[in-house]
Design a protein. Structure first.
Length: 109
């Protein structure tokens, strides 16, 4: 039996990080856990994943001053796979140099 070959374009880093999902500018914040992160996206554990829209902001700090705009790639019962988008919502996915760089700014806050 052949070993399973990794098909992802960028390696994932396991992570258990508390974050918040913001839907709209004045909607409620939904608590979540970022389970893993890569240069292009993340897996998010969240209740009622099916209720979230296709595009939302992931707030990485309680004040919301550090965020990533995300597009849903896949959904399961309580999980989402998301791809990071560039700052302008029409731009292609944002790639960062390393998986940890997406979260390194949080530690600088």
């Amino acid at each position: 039996m052949e070993p399973v070959r990794e098909k992802r374009r960028s390696p994932r880093r396991p992570l258990r990080y508390t974050a918040w999902v913001a839907v709209g500018d004045d909607g409620p914040l939904w608590g979540c856990q970022v389970a893993n992160v890569s240069a292009l996206g993340a897996r998010i554990d969240i209740e009622n994943a099916h209720e979230l829209p296709e595009v939302f902001d992931l707030l990485l700090t309680g004040r919301g001053n550090l965020r990533r705009t995300c597009r849903v790639i896949w959904r399961k019962h309580k999980q989402l796979g998301v791809r990071f988008r560039a700052a302008n919502r029409g731009a292609p996915a944002m790639a960062v140099e390393s998986p940890s760089l997406a979260w390194d700014e949080v530690n600088d806050d």
